[in-house]
Design a protein around this ligand. Structure first.
Ligand code: COA
Length: 254
């Protein structure tokens, strides 16, 4: 199973588990994660949802072979279903990040309430490098959280950044040794699970009030651009280059 889900002691856990491919996300994985998020949000026994990967990878982002051979061209594709489930979630979302968190691996964190990172965590948003554009409303949320120039550095140049920089920018609550990150996130989730669910929901709703509609609209706008770019020559060259383990050559594409 590439995604493991469980509900215990008031906590729903969603674990990306495809270590041979650094937890790169395929359409069935997005479907499983979207279903688990929605089910956890609807289940009265669940007080809090935790998302994590393995000890050496959160996720390498979308599976690039899938992007090349099976691009998500419909608004209802599993990836977009997962992305829209994130801001729709009314319960606290806690993430534990170790190793690479690329593309959606970083953008999904912008929708989490608590983010714990391992000292080996490495974040990157290489959308332009892949001939794509931002998703998950990251073009709205990242500048809002870290400021325009910092966001531009990450979204235009796609330069990877460390756990220290992510913490300094306000994307991460705390840095831990890699072996302790998931355990710490689960311990924090257990604290949340002992609190009144109604207070958690009201607090999260009030903190996010006013943002919801903008996030949904931005995801729609980004999604339209993103889907058009997925099959354009620049992206196809980038995906092929990654799979062929060579540098992309964008000199002949726009
Ligand atoms: N899609 C498909 N396969 C991927 C993948 C992805 N996004 N990321 C990693 N893999 C595969 C590699 O091809 C490799 O497969 P192989 O062993 O069959 O050759 C395996 O996972 C391990 O990856 P590798 O690159 O050897 O690990 P690394 O530790 O050197 O580097 C990353 C890890 C995440 C930095 C690097 O794999 C990477 O840059 N991946 C692409 C990230 C990306 O652009 N994602 C899309 C964002 S929208």
């Amino acid at each position: 199973m590439d995604v493991l889900t469980r509900v215990a002691d008031g906590i729903a856990t969603i674990a990306m588990n495809r270590p041979a491919k650094k937890n790169a996300l395929t359409a069935p994985m997005y479907r499983a994660m979207a279903d688990a998020l929605r089910a956890g949000d609807a289940d009265p026994a669940v007080r809090c949802i935790v998302i994590h990967g393995t000890a050496d990878a959160f996720t390498a982002g979308n599976d690039l072979e899938d992007f090349l051979n099976n691009p998500p061209l419909g608004e209802d594709a599993p990836v977009f279903s997962f992305l829209t489930a994130l801001p729709a979630c009314t319960k606290p979302l806690v993430a534990a990040v170790a190793g690479p968190a690329v593309g959606v691996g970083t953008t999904m964190l912008l929708h989490c309430d608590l983010v714990y990172a391992a000292d080996n965590a490495r974040f990157a948003l290489p959308f332009a490098q892949l001939g794509l554009c931002p998703e998950a409303a990251s073009s709205l949320l990242l500048p809002m959280i870290v400021g325009h120039q910092r966001a531009a550095e990450k979204l235009l140049l796609g330069e990877p950044f460390s756990a220290d920089e992510a913490r300094e920018m306000g994307l991460v609550n705390r840095i831990l040794p890699a072996t302790e990150t998931i355990g710490h996130a689960l311990a924090q989730a257990a604290k949340l699970a002992r609190l009144p669910a109604s207070s958690l929901r009201a607090t999260k709703r009030l903190m996010k009030e006013g943002l919801g509609a903008s996030i949904v609209q931005r995801m729609r706008d980004e999604g339209a651009e993103f889907r058009a770019m997925l099959t354009a020559p620049a992206a196809r060259e980038a995906f092929s280059a990654f799979l062929e383990k060579r540098r992309p050559d964008f000199t002949k594409v726009g």
